[in-house]
Design a protein around this ligand. Structure first.
Ligand code: PHE
Length: 458
């Protein structure tokens, strides 16, 4: 175990990279966050902007990240420093890696609180807590959970521990095994839920809500939310994909791989929407009810359907596994940095990082109860959970991602870039560079400025 590669273990195949990248991408962002954000931002128009961002910005930046990772073969911070040096660009590019590492830790801190909700709901489903409960009772159960900081804290702790365990084991061993079996089963469970919603819910109304854009509902805030979510859901802009790219064999072809990951990720989000919204409309829930949407809608279905207890437990088990394979990727860049750059052992680095996220997570735990109304000016009038969510998805990931794209497009030495781009056709190379050099930076800058103008201007 002398050099960094053998320390982390190179992915043995392109297949393993697909699994790990899909594992990172598909998570709470798809099943929990996408539906409630679509609900809060008026449905169709939000979904359309999100889809456009996935294709115009997300896929190119994901490609850029893989490319940087493979060219640098280190953790995101050192990769950016080294590639900047090799390209005779300024060392300040290293900060893109550092911002990514920090973003990953901030995301992890609140992500594990929400994954904790799923752990709690898994155990509730097993005990048949939803059987024959009406919508009001299900909502009350959720409120009761939020009102109990100790329960939230306990589940948050368990999830943080689970994540640390896998990261300690290392990338190939830890991750490959988690990711391998999850995806087909998750898709299957989602399909069953969508079919149930088709019969038992208001499906047509839901489809109209999600897919018929009403552009009058679009504001700068909702466009920024949609764009930010495209970054969040693909796990781009913070180095997770770069770290995984560094473990990818040099021979593997990137183009199709990334496309496959993005399509799968989008599919899971849309299926989750189609499972949830028919019930939302059938039971008179508010589409805009916020982060609880998943937890107050699907349990109603589990309470009514045959074998709902088993099925509910199965569903939440998959949500947990999906969240788990994502959370691992959030702290991997930080752990890789500490081990490669500062000589930590893997277990030590994991311990330090997990501890920091665990402690910071307490702020999010309290955001749903004691601190719900604590919205200080220095957190821009938000409680800690809302602030961390906004800061990471809507500021750090888009800025980080756009910067990585700009680096690949404008700064990276031609010979380094060309080696990595070689597997793409000349047409695709041109399209990619155009999107990275122009489209994503301009889009990110415009949307952010529009939002600033909306908030503070006029
Ligand atoms: N993409 C993950 C999800 O949708 C979240 C994530 C964000 C993971 C950033 C890693 C990095 O749940």
């Amino acid at each position: 175990m002398t050099n960094s590669l053998s320390q982390q273990g190179l992915f043995s195949s392109r297949w393993l990279f697909i699994l790990a990248a899909t594992g990172a991408a598909v998570g709470l962002g798809n099943i929990w966050k996408f539906p409630y954000m679509a609900g809060e931002n008026g449905g169709g128009a939000f979904v359309l902007v999100y889809l456009v961002c996935i294709f115009l910005v997300g896929i190119p930046i994901m490609t850029a990240e893989v490319l940087l990772g493979r060219a640098g073969r280190k953790n995101p911070v050192d990769t950016m420093y080294n590639l900047a040096a090799a390209s005779e660009a300024r060392p300040v590019w290293g900060w893109v890696g550092i911002m990514g590492v920090v973003a990953g830790l901030l995301i992890m801190s609140f992500y594990s609180v929400i994954a904790g909700w799923a752990l709690h709901y898994f155990s509730e489903a097993l005990q048949g807590a939803f059987i024959q409960q009406d919508a009001a009772a299900i909502s009350a159960q959720f409120d009761q959970l939020l009102q109990s900081p100790m329960t939230l804290f306990a589940w948050h702790s368990l999830f943080t521990f689970m994540t640390a365990l896998i990261v300690m084991l290392g990338v190939s061993a830890g991750l490959g095994s988690v990711a391998k079996y999850m995806m087909p089963f998750l898709l299957l469970v989602l399909l069953v839920l969508v079919s149930y919603a088709l019969f038992a819910g208001h499906f047509a109304e839901a489809a109209k809500f999600l897919f018929r854009p009403d552009f009058s509902k679009l504001t700068a805030s909702s466009v920024l939310a949609a764009m930010g979510h495209a970054f969040f859901t693909l796990s781009i802009g913070m180095g997770a994909i770069m770290a995984y790219g560094a473990y990818m064999p040099a021979s593997a072809c990137v183009g199709r791989t990334i496309f496959a990951v993005a399509i799968l990720d989008t599919l899971v989000a849309l299926l989750a929407g189609l499972a949830i919204f028919p019930l939302v409309f059938a039971y008179g829930l508010a589409p805009s009810s916020g982060p609880g949407l998943l937890f107050v809608s699907l349990p109603i279905a589990f309470g009514q359907m045959p074998a709902g207890a088993v099925f509910g437990a199965l569903f939440f088990a998959f949500v947990i596994i999906a969240a788990w394979s994502s959370s691992v990727s959030m702290i991997e860049p930080a752990v890789a940095w500490l081990t490669e750059r500062f000589g930590f052992r893997r277990w030590q680095a994991t311990l330090v990082i997990a501890l920091a996220c665990w402690l910071l997570g307490i702020a999010s735990v309290l955001s749903f109860n004691l601190w719900a109304e604590v919205k200080p000016v220095y957190l821009m009038g938000r409680n800690p959970f809302d602030f961390l969510d906004m800061l990471t998805s809507q500021v750090m990931l888009p800025l980080g991602g756009a910067a990585m794209g700009i680096f690949v497009g404008w700064k990276m030495a031609g010979r380094l870039r060309q080696t990595e781009l070689a597997s793409l056709s000349p047409m695709l190379q041109k399209a990619l560079l155009f999107l990275l050099c122009w489209v994503s930076p301009i889009l990110v800058a415009t949307v952010m400025m529009a939002k600033l103008y909306e908030s503070f201007g006029a």
